[in-house]
Every structure is written in structure tokens, then in C-alpha cells.
Design a protein around this ligand. Structure first.
Ligand code: FNR
Length: 190
């Protein structure tokens, strides 16, 4: 039985390097991982006052999170942290209080930067939130993809075998992590 992985991209722009890397990760995933992108660009900023009349995109996101077995977060770094759209998605699907749709499901994080020194801050800021959300995030291998523009060709595909091998192994290890950490007693369990 395959593991349903909801994939979140922390960039909203069309030509996003991060989305290109996410698409490559989906292509490199072993057959046991059924990966699906979950869009977050239309998810209104969390505001508890809206719970009475929930935006449709909140309900869709909460359903997508509740229905997944595991999560793959692929994110750029904004000001050494997580972009607001991704943090907002975490917040929206963690509410209403007592209904944290993320809880207990395994995750992996790939952070991306066009700079040599970027991507660490976003990765670890995300990990901090995931601790509180009760999402066990794979610890090894770590994936900080720096200098990303040099790793992609004009069509947005990875242009070298070393990076493909690294990310392919990352996804294979994520399958092992998700299999080991998946809880059969959650809605999305397997
Ligand atoms: C950035 N960028 C950036 N890069 C980085 O490595 N560390 C950082 O702290 C930041 N901070 C930051 C803040 C804001 C508001 C923006 C818009 C950008 C640059 C960022 O990595 C670059 O724009 C990437 O191309 C964004 O990822 P996508 O959209 O290509 O996936």
C-alpha cells in the first residue's frame, strides 16, 4: 500500500526554483510514495474570527492535511526563516483548537536557496514549528540545497547526476522514515 504524501511548496511565484526542486523530488520518489502537491497560495491568513464562516480554502487545506499520511515540505528561505505562506498553512491546519490535522504524521524537509549560504535557517525554523505540531521530521539526511540555479537546466529539471542521486536517496530514506513513523490509528494512517 502506498503512502499518501502531501507536498507543500513555500514559494508562490511561477518561476520558483523551489517548485522546480519539488517537482524533481516527486519524480524521484520511490513507487511506495504517492506524492501530490497541495497548493497554499489561496489560503487566507489565519484569523480566529473567521472560524464561524471558514474560507473554502481553509476547509480544503484542512481536508488535504487530514487525508495525507505524510508531508514533504520544500521551502525557500525568507529572512532566515520560513515564508509566511507556509507558516500560515501550518497555522490554519493546526486549528480550531484541539483539531491539529498535522499531528502524529511524519514529514521531511528540503530547503532551497540560490545562495551558497542560504537554506539552513528556513529548514530549522520549520523544524521548530513541527515539534509543537507533533510532526516527526526526518533528521537524516538533511537537505539544504544551495546555489540552486546552477543545479537546474532551462526547463527546470535537475542538470546533474550527483544531485539526482542525493535527492533520490533522500526520498528513499523518507519512505523508510514515513513507514516507520506512520501511525495506523490516525485518520490518514496506513
Ligand atoms: C529572500 N531570499 C533569501 N535567500 C536566502 O538564502 N536567505 C534569506 O534569508 C532570504 N531572504 C529573503 C527574503 C525575502 C522576503 C525574499 C523575497 C527573498 C532570496 C530567496 O532565496 C530567492 O528569492 C529565491 O529565489 C526564492 O525561492 P523561489 O521563489 O525561487 O522558490
Amino acid at each position: 500500500m502506498s503512502i499518501n504524501v502531501a507536498v507543500f511548496v513555500g514559494s508562490l511565484r511561477k518561476a520558483s526554483f523551489t517548485r522546480m526542486v519539488a517537482n524533481s523530488l516527486i519524480e524521484l520518489a520511490p513507487p511506495g510514495l504517492a506524492c501530490r502537491l497541495v497548493e497554499i497560495g489561496d489560503v487566507a491568513m489565519f484569523n480566529d474570527d473567521l472560524e464561524g464562516q471558514k474560507p473554502a480554502a481553509w476547509e480544503r487545506l484542512r481536508r488535504d492535511v487530514a487525508g495525507a499520511d505524510a508531508f514533504l515540505f520544500v521551502t525557500p528561505e525568507y529572512n532566515r526563516s520560513v515564508p509566511a505562506c507556509l507558516k500560515n498553512a501550518l497555522d490554519v491546519a493546526s486549528r480550531p483548537e484541539g483539531k491539529n490535522a498535522w499531528a502524529g504524521k511524519p514529514a521531511a524537509i528540503v530547503s532551497v536557496s540560490p545562495y551558497k549560504m542560504g537554506a539552513f535557517g528556513a529548514n530549522h525554523a520549520l523544524r521548530q514549528a513541527l515539534v509543537f505540531l507533533d510532526v516527526p521530521a526526518m533528521q537524516q539526511p538533511e537537505a539544504y540545497i544551495g546555489d540552486v540555479a546552477a543545479l537546474l537546466d532551462k526547463t527546470g529539471k535537475l542538470n546533474n547526476d550527483k544531485t539526482k542521486a542525493f535527492l533520490g536517496k533522500f526520498m528513499a530514506d523518507f519512505e523508510k522514515w514515513a513507514t516507520a513513523l506512520g501511525r495506523a490509528d490516525t485518520d490518514g494512517g496506513f
